[in-house]
Design a protein around this ligand. Structure first.
Ligand code: FUB
Length: 651
């Protein structure tokens, strides 16, 4: 078990988001039968375990059954063990053969059917356990069902038409049938007590040659479906296949494949189909958590669709699965629902817990990630982790590769920015982009690319933090706050700078850089925003994030207009910045904070200054390389008290 748990935990690090395959992660689970009871999906799988000493190590090994339930197909509750081998009155207490089960409800009772090795003799019998609840406790019948020798029971309860049967079945509203595998697929009627066969055992006819097991029968409209794992060619592994009939016990008309063989040659597959909240789902298993041992399996789910003539559309297994992701969760886009012209690969084969990424190979490539819930995104922006070798462009769209653009992401890995060359080729970059459009409710995301090859690790959406508000919302900020901090600023969109380390922030380097940026300022095309900071310190990196700009490696221009009704003499500018900064009052340099500073209030102090009657312009330039910038500023009088007697103008 130690092996099994550590294995699963190791793989969990691949799966931060809940809504993806496999869905059961705390233990191995196989042969899933899903049923809808009381508005929830109940899952009755087999429970694979690592064989204890003395048991065949390369074979199936199952000692009990758990039941799980979910209302959203994402969060599964394990209700614990419902039947275990040592409690089965007729079973071998150490047979480890509790293979694929089923559970159905009739007249308020839940009937759990399971195969098991009998105490005496060989092979398998099928037992029944009964409960008042889908979660148990289940009372075991003393004997298995007479007349069944085989595995993988499945029960179909058919609704009878209002005028039930010419043979005098009276007021019967339903008829139950049981199917199992053992020398072919067989079926029979069940008595009203659900514990005995009612009539002959019939071998299902019309099915193709080749190994078959795990029947799952259901009715949809007028059609009966018999679905089953099937080995279609010699030496092959199991597909999931199906046949249709107008009668519950056939003969059947074989239709084809629901799911092809597992690409990794996991030998078995086993499944069920269920309709929940208007959508049909296929439950099946893979050995994702145990790639070197195909007898330790895990349940997965995909959506399944029917054609107008009742046939079933083939389902491709995905890592995405079903269920809903919140837009604010990290969406591992390599776990797409469908894709075109992309590759997936580990980010680092030597550090597999980092997970995988998907590479879009330019124009025409796309990945689709189903069912992302945008309900909580009100004022959102996109955060996306990407890597490229050349500048390129990504689009996040709604529903299809031609769908409405939610966000446009220019991926700039190389730039010539003034004298600074920037080259981030082959490095992971976390980029942000404003939303052009915010989808409503639950939708599908499609990522496309119209430029050079680009890899995407994950994306998520965030609401813009309330670090800033529009000017005018708080009239109190038309003057300094009680502590004298200036919170109304005009901020220019940051300019990207190629500064890999802040050790360069020497006095002379900064003077040159600030002089150069000052000279460029009249020609700058970047946008200015006048904002009130929610905090005494102005979080410049949040400002950058808010407007979809790079949050680090940035140069910020900041200005504020100070209106004084009289001269205010002998004040000092007291300020701090993260990174380095230079400050000017009315065009005169008043302070330089050099070196790699942390933002601390009053970190630097100017000489005595005069705020003159009328308009004064306070300007700051803040630069930061790998760090995140912010700054604060206020004026202090000669006693060190905050100066508050002036107005801040937003014009
Ligand atoms: O899980 C044991 C057996 O493997 C099942 O009963 C078969 O259907 C196959 O999935």
């Amino acid at each position: 078990m130690a092996y099994c748990l550590s294995f699963i935990i190791c793989h969990l690090s691949f799966s931060p988001a809940g809504a993806q395959n496999p869905v059961i992660r705390d233990l191995f689970s196989a042969d899933p039968t899903a049923r809808v009871f009381n508005g929830k999906v109940y899952l009755y799988p087999s429970h694979d375990i690592v064989p204890p000493a003395g048991q065949r190590q390369d074979w199936f090994c199952m000692a009990d059954y758990h039941v799980f339930s979910s209302e959203n197909l994402t969060d599964w509750t394990d209700h614990g063990v419902i039947v275990s081998q040592e409690k089965v009155p007729w079973g071998k207490p150490d047979g480890y053969s509790m293979w694929a089960p089923d559970c159905v409800e009739k007249d308020g009772k839940y009937y759990f059917y399971f195969p098991n090795g009998p105490k005496t003799g060989r092979g398998f019998a099928v037992g029944v356990a009964v409960s008042d609840s889908p979660e148990g406790p289940f009372a075991l019948e003393p004997e298995p069902i007479k007349g069944i020798m085989g595995i993988d029971p499945c029960v179909l309860i058919d609704s009878l038409t209002p005028d039930p049967s010419p043979e005098g079945e009276g007021s019967k509203k339903t008829q139950a049938y049981i199917y199992w595998s053992g020398m072919g697929i067989r079926g029979a009627r069940l008595k009203e007590n659900m514990k005995e066969l009612d009539g002959p055992v019939i071998t299902m006819e019309g099915l193709p040659d080749g190994f078959k097991e795990g029947p799952f029968a259901f009715r949809r409209g007028d059609w009966y479906y018999l679905t089953f794992p099937w080995v279609r060619e010699e030496g092959g592994t199991e597909t999931l296949a199906y046949a249709m009939s107008k009668s519950p016990l056939g003969p059947w008309d074989f239709k084809g494949i629901i799911m092809a063989e597992h690409a990794n040659r996991c030998w078995t597959n086993h499944h069920s189909l269920v309709e929940y909240k208007g959508q049909w789902y296929l439950f099946y298993h893979t050995n994702f958590f145990s790639p070197n041992d195909d007898k330790r399996r895990s349940v997965c789910i995909e959506k399944v669709a029917f054609n107008a003539n009742g046939t079933i559309q083939e389902v491709k297994p995905t890592m995405r699965g079903v269920g809903i992701n919140q837009a604010t969760e990290r969406i591992e886009i390599d776990r797409y629902s469908s894709a075109g012209n992309v590759q997936t690969a580990y980010i680092d084969t030597t550090r597999t817990p980092l997970g995988a990424c998907v590479t879009l190979s330019g124009k025409g490539s796309w990945v689709k990630y189903d069912d992302v819930d945008f309900s909580s995104i009100t004022d959102g922006y996109l955060v996306i982790n990407v890597m490229a070798n050349d500048n390129t462009r990504l689009f996040v769209r709604e529903r299809s590769a031609k769908g409405k653009v939610i966000a446009k992401v220019p991926v700039t890995v190389k730039s010539e920015n003034g004298p600074f060359r920037r080259d981030m080729s082959g490095q992971w970059l976390t980029l942000t982009a404003p939303l052009e459009y915010t989808p409503k409710g639950i939708t599908d995301l499609v990522v496309t690319c119209d430029g050079e090859t680009v890899s995407v690790d994950w994306l998520r959406f965030k609401n813009r933090p309330k670090y800033f508000s529009e000017v005018g919302k708080d009239d109190n900020l038309a003057k300094p706050d009680d502590q004298g901090f200036i919170r109304r600023w005009r901020l220019m969109e940051p300019i990207a700078v190629d500064v890999r380390s802040n050790v360069v922030f020497t006095n002379s380097w900064l003077r040159d850089k600030f002089a150069e940026e000052l000279a460029q300022l009249p020609k700058q095309k970047a946008k200015w925003y006048t904002l009130d900071s929610e905090n005494y310190n102005v979080k410049l990196f949040r400002f950058a994030e808010k407007y979809g700009k790079q949050t680090y490696g940035s140069f910020f221009w900041c200005e504020t207009v100070i209106d004084c009704s009289t001269d205010i003499e002998n004040v000092r500018l007291a300020c701090g910045s993260n990174g380095a900064s230079m400050w000017w009052l009315n065009g005169e340099e008043v302070l330089l904070l050099e070196g790699d500073r942390r933002m601390v209030e009053d970190d630097g102090m100017s000489q005595r200054l005069t705020l003159r009657k009328g308009r004064n312009i306070l300007r700051a330039a803040v630069i930061n390389g790998p760090g995140l910038s912010d700054m604060c500023a206020r004026f202090l009088d000669e006693a060190g008290k905050p100066v508050t007697g002036y107005a801040l103008n937003d014009k």
